[in-house]
Ligand binder design. Structure first.
Ligand code: KDG
Ligand code: MG
Length: 415
């Protein structure tokens, strides 16, 4: 069997997605992967189209690990978000082909089911605590047992993840990240006046408000989004202990792995980290020193299923569980891959999910099924997602950036 064509699609059904379709010399046999990198879609599409696709023609698509090593180590210039997202697109498409050829869903190729379904979470948010509460209750009504909660930071404009109750109650929840990503403007929007002191004051109060109204049973947690210094993160983790968070997500910047020791030293709040990592090497110190409880890389940004299953295997003996990133700005094939891996590995923790719009489903048919708080992988051979090329062509790319954050004095902060 040989690869005959690698085709790249950039499409914008409500937000931009990059898809890769690998065709083979077996009639009708192809695989579809996702290579979406929010705000840098065209760079990944070019890496695929201009540099990677020509290297793949004539290769045997069954040799996934060999192709992975060839594109990672063999190309000398390895790593980084653009190349690892491109590699993930190829990897997912190859696993899709392998599954279709075997007549088996990908989770079966990964060793078979370890669980019936993957415990899932989505996003609640709001300006006022009452809106966060309303938004979280709407998700609980839909069956969620784990909910991420974000609230507005006093005096800040356009705060991360504050989607509001309206979003949680609507048919499409969590996909817009508060409406701040993918707004389609020609330049990035700015979140202004974000001050750590205001943030640190408000988050424990939000959890106090929510625990009083929602009780102890529902699992709640919060995404810091890499915005704190080590001592600030340690203080927040310590102050949140009485509210028994499921985990505190991404408290520190991805560059400062050693600083997790400080957070760990001061608090028993479980810690999750990893959506800005691009390979297993970056995960190593946090896992082997047991500085985190959940590793939450993005399967679409670490080179796909091939790297994810290695990261999960490294984490298993250290009792670190997985919580793969699953926001609205990675495509349905990555969401499908998440759930196949979740249902095959022994050390799965929780799975982030969103509900995509009708337009996204039209372009990318097939998805894991959500039922009563759990995600179930497709039973179709392969990943169980596809691309409708005619529908994709109806939604051309629209330039779009992530917002940037600025402090009260106007200086740049981490988004
Ligand atoms: O493109 C950036 C988003 O993927 C990120 O902000 C979402 O932090 C995120 C999450 O946990 O879903
Ligand atoms: Mg996050």
């Amino acid at each position: 069997m040989k690869i005959t064509k690698v085709r790249v699609f950039v499409t914008c059904p409500t937000r931009n997605y990059v898809a890769v379709k690998i065709e083979t010399d077996e009639p009708g046999l192809y695989g579809v992967g996702d290579a979406t990198l929010n705000g840098r879609e065209l760079a990944v599409a070019s890496a695929l189209q201009d540099h990677i696709a020509p290297l793949l023609i004539g290769r045997d698509p069954d040799r996934i690990e060999d192709i992975w090593q060839y594109l990672f180590r063999g190309s000398y210039w390895r790593g980084g978000p653009i190349q690892m997202t491109a590699l993930a697109g190829i990897d997912l498409a190859l696993w899709d082909i392998k599954g279709k050829r075997a007549g088996l869903p990908v989770y079966s190729l990964l060793g078979g089911r370890t669980r019936d379904g993957a415990l899932a979470y989505s996003h609640a948010g709001g300006g006022e605590f009452s809106e966060v509460h309303e938004s979280a209750c709407a998700l609980r009504e839909r069956g969620f047992k784990v909910i991420r909660v974000q609230c507005a930071v006093p005096h800040a404009i356009g705060t991360y993840g504050v989607g509001g109750a309206a979003e949680a109650a609507s048919a499409t929840w969590g996909a817009g990240l508060g409406g701040s990503v993918g707004d389609g403007g020609p330049m990035p929007s700015v979140e202004a006046n974000w001050e750590p002191a205001n943030y640190l004051r408000v988050i424990p109060k939000m959890f106090d408000y929510l625990r009083q109204r929602m009780g102890d049973e529902i699992e709640l947690f919060h995404d810091v989004h890499e915005r704190l210094s080590p001592i600030q993160a340690a203080r927040l983790a310590k102050e949140l202990e009485p509210y028994r968070l499921f985990f505190l997500e991404d408290p520190l910047r991805p560059e400062h792995k050693e600083s997790f020791r400080l957070v760990r030293h001061h608090s028993t709040t479980p810690i999750a980290m990893g959506e800005l990592f691009h390979n297993k090497y970056e995960c190593l110190p946090l896992i082997t020193e047991q500085l985190i409880d959940y590793i939450r890389c993005d399967i679409g940004h670490i080179g796909g299923i091939t790297e994810a299953r290695k990261i999960a295997a490294i984490a298993e003996p250290y009792q670190v569980l997985t919580a793969w990133h699953g926001p609205g700005d990675v495509g349905p094939a990555t969401h499908a891959a998440n759930v196949h891996v979740d249902c095959a590995i022994p050390n799965f923790g929780v799975q982030e999910m969103v509900q995509f719009s009708e337009a996204v489903h039209e372009v990318f048919p097939g998805a894991p099924e959500f039922r009563d708080g759990y995600l179930f992988p497709s039973e179709k051979p392969g990943l169980g997602t596809d691309i409708n090329e005619a529908a994709a062509a109806k939604y051309p790319y629209q330039r779009s950036y992530l917002p940037t954050v600025r402090r009260a004095d106007g200086s740049v902060h981490d988004w």
